[in-house]
Write a protein that binds this ligand. Structure first.
Ligand code: DOR
Ligand code: ZN
Ligand code: ZN
Ligand code: ZN
Length: 395
């Protein structure tokens, strides 16, 4: 089969460490099938489906379902993320070994699902993770546990009185878990870094020799707190949009490698849960189909990253961090191909209703970006051709 790649950029297939696919439980907003299509269209060949499903992915029943269903759909490898703990209080470790040994072979566990409010549990999970060879991802989203509920920082949010996810909530958990990882002799991964302070803490922790990695989302690289001016809940996300100075620090951190990689935090929500009053709306934004375009316009166009760097932050680093051996490597002779082709001169305008996700609301509606994924190849098979999902038989 011939692919016309004239004028296009060849990259290794993207790996998303942080995707919410809502199956099981909220198939009215996304399914493994619809989310896989969105991922393939975004140039992804592997995604990690977060654990906050209903039921939570705290058992092999759920994690194996996620893997199997992803393979059945066949557009992208859907790796299940397991919950660290079971039950509401988060006081008991989940059977991580069983999930890690299942068909779904869980490689990463996170506190997104059941909240882990007890540092001792986090410490034990970190110790356990080293012996299992899995990764613990901290999503640092419990402001009430650390600093109480105070207003969003940032001038717009503060003026509007939007309730709270202060920087200190994220940063204190990053600092705490860096120290716990050091003492446990383990690795920890920080989800969706959103503040300049987190970038500084990452530098500090690395300087201490701590095994810590971090991701940043496309929306935190593009949007800032001024978007909240309209009160539109489409901009509600956890962690929240921060100030321009945070955005700049995150871009620089990603360029310098202090922030390792990009992860979408793709978080589909029903129309009624986004188009409502800010305080009751759910946090989260669609991310898979717009990620590459945003990275190019926020990082490549301003000269912060070259295409080699795009391969690093979208594919190679995430695959290394989570220990995927079959994806995210530099393109080498003789390998089964996981590839993405990007047209760097394909100006396009986002239209939510045309996105493959079941949910169609997006803060990027009507925004124009300069580049687009045209082709995605999973293990030698074309999953996206000409910007359209190819049928599974590869025809
Ligand atoms: O805004 C968010 N929404 N951030 C997360 O990490 C979780 C997500 C969700 O599940 O909706
Ligand atoms: Zn949490
Ligand atoms: Zn989160
Ligand atoms: Zn998330």
């Amino acid at each position: 089969e011939i692919v016309d790649a004239r004028g296009q950029i060849l990259l290794p297939g993207f790996v998303d460490m942080h995707t919410h696919l809502r199956e099981p439980g909220r198939e009215d907003t996304e399914t493994i099938e619809s989310g896989s299509a969105a991922a393939a269209l975004g140039g992804y060949t592997a995604v990690f489906a977060m654990a906050n499903t209903d039921p939570v992915a705290d058992s092999v029943v759920v994690t194996d379902h996620v893997w199997r269903r992803g393979q059945e759909v066949g557009l992208v490898d859907v790796h299940p993320v397991g919950a660290i703990t079971v039950g509401l209080k988060g006081k008991q470790l989940a059977e991580m070994a069983t999930m890690a040994a299942g068909i779904g072979r869980v490689k990463m566990f996170s506190d997104d699902g059941h909240c882990v409010d007890d540092p001792l549990i986090m410490r034990r999970a970190l110790e356990y993770s080293s012996s299992l060879g899995v990764l613990i991802a901290q999503h640092a989203e419990e402001p009430r546990l650390t600093v109480g509920a105070v207003a969003h920082e940032g001038p717009t949010a503060a003026r509007l009185g939007l309730a709270g996810w202060p920087r200190a909530a994220e940063e204190s958990i990053v600092a705490r878990d860096a120290l716990l990882a050091r003492d446990a002799g383990a690795r920890v991964h920080i989800c969706h870094a959103s503040t300049a302070g987190t970038v500084e803490l990452m530098k500090w922790a690395r300087g201490q020799g701590i095994s810590i990695t971090a991701e940043v989302t496309p929306h935190h690289l593009l949007l800032d707190d001024s978007r909240l001016e309209t009160y539109d809940a489409i901009n509600k996300v956890n962690p929240p949009l921060r100030e321009k100075s945070d955005v700049d620090a995150l871009r620089k951190g990603l360029a310098d490698g202090v922030i390792d990689c990009v992860a979408t935090d793709h978080a589909p929500h029903a129309e009624q849960d986004k188009c409502c009053e800010f305080s009751i709306a759910r946090p989260g934004m669609l991310g898979l189909e717009t990620a590459l375009a945003i990275i190019v316009d926020t990082m490549v166009t301003p000269g912060l990253l070259d295409w080699r760097g795009v391969a690093r932050v979208m594919s190679e680093r995430p695959a290394q961090i989570v220990g995927l051996s079959d994806q995210g490597r530099p393109i080498e002779v003789g390998e089964i191909a996981n590839l993405t082709l990007v047209d760097p001169n394909a100006s396009w305008t986002v239209s939510g209703k045309k996105l493959a996700s079941v949910a169609h609301n997006t803060p990027f509606e009507d925004m124009t970006f300069s580049s687009k994924v045209t082709t995605t190849v999973l293990r030698g098979q074309i999953t996206v051709r000409g910007g359209v999902v190819a049928n599974r038989a590869g025809e």
